[in-house]
Ligand binder design. Sequence first.
Ligand SMILES: Nc1ncnc2c1ncn2[C@@H]1O[C@H](COP(=O)(O)OP(=O)(O)OP(=O)(O)O)[C@@H](O)[C@H]1O
Ligand SMILES: [Mg+2]
Length: 344
Amino acid sequence: MAGIGFFSPDMAIDLGTANTLVYVKGRGIILNEPSVVAYHVKDGRKTVLAVGEDAKLMLGRTPGSIEAIRPMREGVIADFEGAEEMIKHFIRKVYRRTAWPRPKIIVCVPHGATPVEKRAIRNSVMQAGARKAGLIAEPIAAAIGAGMPITEPTGNMVVDIGGGTTEVAVMSLGDIVYARSVRVGGDRMDEAIISYLRRQQNLLIGESTAERIKTSIGTARMPDNGRGATMQIRGRDLLNGVPKEVELSQAQVAEALSEPVQQICEAVMTALEATPPDLAADIVDRGVMLTGGGALLGDLDLALREQTGLAISVADESLNCVALGTGKALEYEKQLRHVIDYES
Ligand SMILES: Nc1ncnc2c1ncn2[C@@H]1O[C@H](COP(=O)(O)OP(=O)(O)OP(=O)(O)O)[C@@H](O)[C@H]1O
Ligand SMILES: [Mg+2]
């Protein structure tokens, strides 16, 4: 990755449960790494060993002396020390010069974040070296990043399916009319695959294997031929403790994922019911936009269309929408000033 020369150092950060993205003003997204920190633990003292990509490789594979953690859970900071280390590390990675002007940084936060959680994120960013820290609501950032016309007087619905949460929001005239966050996202899908295999095949697999299954053959809908593609997976036989390999079909994965998928459908229906009638009519006309990594789950758009009757589209670059939208708020701050909060 190229370091920054004499460009404006201001940046936008999507501090996600699964991935952190950094957008630098005038440059675009220049960092995209898993939100993971690995520590070396000795005599009760922790020192940072690796952050991001390198740390993710260690998840689930650490000896007693190393601890790999994900500091963000369900969209908010669960481990302050870890989050701060991570932000600092990424900022330094972007600005490789030893002396850089302190940047203005905009970070997105879930719509439902409490004042305490917002203050915690702001403090972490200031501690990490920012001159000024602004916050933007995640659904607004997602919608801007997906190219939705959120400042118009029409209803727009965005569903951001991340690692920790799914946020459903209805916007009009540049602000949120309705938003709700459910604690169902990519992590919950991985857990559903793990528990399905444990129940149905007496097979124990780790989180990384579950995620690989989901991203390669995962689907939200029964395959038309009743079975779909298959994949060989390895885990540990729970009956005798030895390694075992089984074949897993898409139909089985669809069954494993049916509960989280159902919960996402319900969140969309609940949002539509709670939306004032004229705006709801706009959404029926214009459809719903999906963003976030979870939007890439196979046939999720089809499953949602079948269950809600709404037109569903998946945003281009769905994994980048929040970072791109936060970045756009930074680039067009004059026009989008009202969506950035520098106060609370
Ligand atoms: N092709 C795919 N199919 C299904 N899920 C996917 C795919 N690609 C990525 N994901 C999942 O998307 C999730 C990460 O999405 P994203 O980066 O939007 O989350 P995040 O912003 O870090 O989380 P949050 O918004 O909840 O804080 C992970 O759970 C990942 O496994
Ligand atoms: Mg996100």
